[in-house]
Design a binder for this molecule. Structure first.
Ligand SMILES: Cc1cc2nc3c(=O)[nH]c(=O)nc-3n(C[C@H](O)[C@H](O)[C@H](O)COP(=O)(O)OP(=O)(O)OC[C@H]3O[C@@H](n4cnc5c(N)ncnc54)[C@H](O)[C@@H]3O)c2cc1C
Length: 402
């Protein structure tokens, strides 16, 4: 096989005999770079990252529940209350699947109250005037996807919420496919949890594939794990087990040879995963909800009993970390996560993950993250954290081969 470099050298020498030899060394570099662009991942557009390019900092509170998300039904006075909260660092990833499970619980409560078999077809077939009204509390990604899933099954939905985007945790997420991130304490993982997780995982994954190609709402992107050694690589938050192989929906990570990447680091893996452009998705979910007849009312509920005053007989609680105070849930605790938004670079279509910080290439910025403060309710950004994360990424970016 022809060695690539010798092929290039021969080409340049051939070029020289044709009278373009005066710039032979730089022509060689240029030709090599072009080949790299076309045929390998050695060339990646340079990340321009520095503290003076940071335009926004946020802190969001991941609603982490040590025993996993709460998706269950209870009776509250004369109402049926369906809970759908506590998705930790996985709420975006699992939202559609979780919404589907909550909707089934609403269906079942309606079926038992009204002695009907509740299916999507039945809902559509209801005579006019007999609309089944459901209240959803919360307008984050869990509330919005639940409201849309209910609408699709023929329910008339009103969202009651204290706040909307961009003042909610869902707006302060990085937005990657991370279905098992800070989702449950691994000592509490059992078969019941996994059955529920499997359903959420599958439904959500497919839902996101259906959003591909709708502008840039959801995109597949390459992520480079840049490390000093193998030991520092995270292998996911849930135990690896053959039984749970359904999680392997993504292409396998590949360890790259030196020539296959532009980073100056001994260990580099490439993974391919999804990125969610969060502001566009939240807008689309809200617009769709309103377009299909939904209503949003701004209202805060201080106590669970206050829900009894609502006109709807079935209520879905999608209050995220707000459920801590509302339901007094002892298993729920915040994990604070800070993000720094760096001026967007449209040409940057890859992610970097180091041991202490990561980037996400979104349309609204190069997002830098990497903090997990268990039990912290603090939502004021720390400039020290921003500096630490940005410097960690800058170190990698500044030494990239270009
Ligand atoms: C830094 C960071 C990065 C993350 N990255 C990812 C990621 O890459 N991938 C991923 O899948 N997940 C990620 N997450 C997790 C994800 O953001 C959350 O799991 C998800 O946003 C939770 O959604 P939610 O709708 O339950 O909560 P929220 O978005 O907080 O929505 C809750 C809603 O309930 C309302 N509410 C609360 N209390 C009351 C009340 N008493 N009365 C009325 N309304 C109330 C609020 O106003 C709000 O509208 C990340 C989170 C953070 C913080």
């Amino acid at each position: 096989m022809v060695n690539r470099r010798s092929f290039l050298q021969k080409s340049v020498v051939a070029g020289a005999t044709l009278g373009i030899a005066s710039c032979a060394p730089s022509a060689l570099r240029l030709a090599e770079k072009q080949l790299n662009i076309q045929y390998s991942s050695r060339y990646l557009p340079k990340l321009r990252i520095s503290l003076d390019r940071v335009v926004k900092e946020t802190v969001g509170l991941r609603p982490y529940r040590t025993i996993g998300p709460r998706i269950e039904k209870e009776t509250l006075g004369s109402k049926t209350l369906v809970h759908n909260y506590g998705h930790g660092g996985s709420g975006w990833s699992l939202s559609w699947g979780s919404a589907e499970l909550a909707t089934k619980l609403v269906d079942s409560s309606w079926a038992s109250e009204n002695s009907i078999v509740s299916t999507a077809t039945d809902a559509m077939a209801l005579p006019p005037g007999s609309a089944r009204k459901v209240a959803v509390i919360g307008c984050g990604v869990i509330g919005l996807t639940t409201a849309r899933a209910l609408q699709r099954r023929g329910y008339e939905v009103t969202i009651y919420t204290k706040e909307m985007a961009p003042d909610i945790t869902s707006s302060k997420a990085t937005g990657t496919w991370s279905p098992a991130h800070r989702l449950i304490d691994s000592s509490n993982v059992n078969d019941t949890f996994f059955e529920q997780f499997k359903q959420m995982h599958q439904t959500s994954f497919l839902s996101y594939q259906n959003l591909l190609g709708l502008g840039n709402l959801v995109v597949w992107t390459d992520s480079y794990d840049v490390r000093q050694d193998e030991a520092s690589l995270a292998h996911g938050d849930l135990p690896a087990n053959e039984k749970y192989n359904f999680m392997e929906v993504l292409p396998k990570p590949k360890r790259l040879a030196d020539k296959e990447h532009p980073f100056r680091a001994p260990v580099v893996y490439r993974r391919t995963s999804m990125v969610f452009n969060i502001p566009s998705l939240l807008k689309m979910y809200t617009d769709d909800f309103l377009r299909f007849g939904g209503t949003v009312k701004i209202q805060e509920f201080k106590r669970l009993e206050n829900l009894d005053a609502l006109p709807e007989t079935c209520i879905v609680n999608c209050t995220g970390i707000g459920a801590k105070r509302l339901t007094d849930d002892p298993h729920l605790t915040p994990i604070a996560g800070q993000l720094a938004f760096v001026i967007p670079q449209q040409e940057v279509n890859y992610r970097i993950a180091t041991q202490s910080a990561y980037t996400i290439n979104r349309k609204d910025g190069i997002i830098v993250g990497g903090t997990h403060k268990m039990g912290s309710w603090e939502t004021t950004p720390s400039h020290e954290d921003t500096e630490r994360m940005v410097v960690a990424i800058k170190k990698v970016a500044d030494t990239m081969y270009t």
